[in-house]
Design a binder for this molecule. Structure first.
Ligand code: URA
Length: 244
């Protein structure tokens, strides 16, 4: 026998025998480089991981979302904490099969304490409905949990400080599929400078979870003619989750 056993073959075998997730110890915020757990997945269909059938899952990160939330509301890890009204932790089904990651709270989100409640959120809700799900079925979170002033993009230090919380959310929810919304979420989660226009609709893997980057709904509100690309991306999500 001359062939080498690749990680992909091992992963496929583990999936076949019912193991679809292997926990990896978390590193602390200070040592954690943004997106260090990320790696690229080839775009060829044969390389895509199979979707495991829906099972009831226990919180997998060894902690509950509420425990993470309690820690986060006391967070003073970066200067954004001084301007916040609320910590916008995340919302949705703790057992969601599909989890979205946006950039950071805007004014309305900061006021209400919930991600994607403004105009961009309404557009996101429409996309979710398009694949036969409701907002309550999925989980929605952001790279940073406190509103950046003037709705600017989070700075690298702010994202680096907040990312460990998001990673813990992802490990606790253990979605079958992640979808990043917009360039900022893509860049910070995968630690990449790749252009969203180039990588949207192409599968990646984040921390063992298949991840699809697509456009941010706020971008689509300003560039309506590109929404068909998001529809294509959501079709890919639906396909992988076997919603169709
Ligand atoms: N934009 C984001 O990226 N996140 C929100 O929560 C709202 C708008």
């Amino acid at each position: 026998m001359t062939g080498r056993i690749s990680c992909k073959m091992v992963a496929a075998y583990l999936r076949e025998i019912g193991i679809d997730y292997i926990p990896v110890p978390l590193r602390g915020p200070s040592s954690e480089a943004a997106g260090s757990a990320a790696k690229e997945e080839p775009d060829s269909p044969a390389a895509k991981p199979a979707v495991s059938p829906r099972k009831e899952r226990e919180p997998h990160g060894g902690e509950t979302l509420e425990e993470i939330r309690q820690e986060l509301i006391a967070c003073r890890g970066c200067p954004l904490c001084s301007g916040r009204r609320t910590v916008v932790f995340g919302v949705g089904n703790p057992h969601a099969r599909l989890m979205f990651v946006g950039e950071g709270p805007g004014e309305e989100e900061d006021r209400q304490g919930e991600p994607f409640v403004g105009a961009a959120g309404k557009r996101l809700n429409r996309w979710i409905a398009r694949i036969g799900l409701k907002r309550e079925d999925v989980y929605i979170a952001n790279i940073v949990k406190c509103r950046p002033p003037g709705n600017r993009a989070p700075l690298p230090a702010e994202a680096a400080s907040c990312l460990p919380y998001l990673k813990r959310q992802i490990r606790t929810i253990r979605p079958e599929v992640l979808c990043t919304l917009g360039a900022v979420a893509l860049q910070y989660l995968l630690d990449t400078n790749e252009k969203i226009t180039r990588v949207r609709g192409r599968w990646r893997v984040f921390d063992g979870v298949p991840m699809l980057p697509t456009y941010h709904p706020a971008f689509i509100l300003r560039n309506q003619a590109r929404e068909h690309e998001v529809f294509d991306d959501f079709d890919l999500l639906a396909e992988r989750l076997r919603l169709k």
